[in-house]
Design a protein around this ligand. Structure first.
Ligand code: FMN
Length: 173
């Protein structure tokens, strides 16, 4: 069972995971989970926004281009192996939900799915996107992160809801 929670209840944990094993961006139908390590959380247009960065070479990019909603799932620490799999294999040739023995459920507010095994999940609606612009990007960043010039698409997701898995995390805040 899922309980809706506040932006700040899981803010710190989300950033810690981004800096660690990563979190899952889930897009498409059937849903494809991809590990991400780069994202931001904040306020724009008086909305709570999560931005996620997806390289055009990812299968997830093709999915994100054909949908309006996505979810972002935070997995328990035991799921290190699954996060590695979802960050190294592609949905183009692997059913990653099956390979990880995950289950999926329909989102409560978005037209997407989330991973049932997640401790928390965000439901988002894409309100803006743009490709990183190499003309205005720091050349040091380009040299280090974009030798192939595969600049990320940045998707701005309005956060429609954030949910806690009561079975996995319990009632503690
Ligand atoms: C810890 C970690 C963080 C990652 N962060 C991102 C990211 O923020 N954006 C991105 O485009 N790829 C990122 N990747 C790479 C993708 O997860 C990887 O290429 C994946 O296989 C793509 O899956 P797909 O083809 O099913 O979309 C990350 C990988 C790992 C292991």
């Amino acid at each position: 069972m899922r309980k809706e929670i506040d932006f700040f209840d899981v803010y710190r944990e989300t950033l810690d995971k981004l800096d660690g094993d990563g979190i899952l961006l889930v897009a498409g139908d059937p849903p494809n989970p991809m590990t991400i390590g780069w994202a931001t959380l904040g306020y724009i247009w008086h909305k709570q926004i999560m931005t996620v960065l997806v390289r055009p070479t990812r299968h997830t990019f093709r999915l994100m281009e054909s949908i309006k909603d996505f979810s972002v799932c935070i997995l328990p620490v035991e799921n290190h192996k699954e996060l590695t799999l979802c960050g190294t294999r592609s949905g183009r040739d692997t059913d990653k939900v099956k390979a990880c023995n995950f289950h999926v459920e329909k989102c409560l507010k978005a037209q997407s799915h989330f991973i049932s095994e997640s401790s928390y999940h965000y439901e988002c609606r894409i309100v803006h996107k743009h490709l990183l612009n190499p003309n205005t990007l720091d050349p040091v960043v380009i040299k280090r992160y974009y030798p192939l010039r595969d600049f990320h698409m940045v998707y701005y997701g309005e956060i429609l809801g954030i949910y806690k898995n009561l079975e996995a995390v319990g009632n503690r805040q």
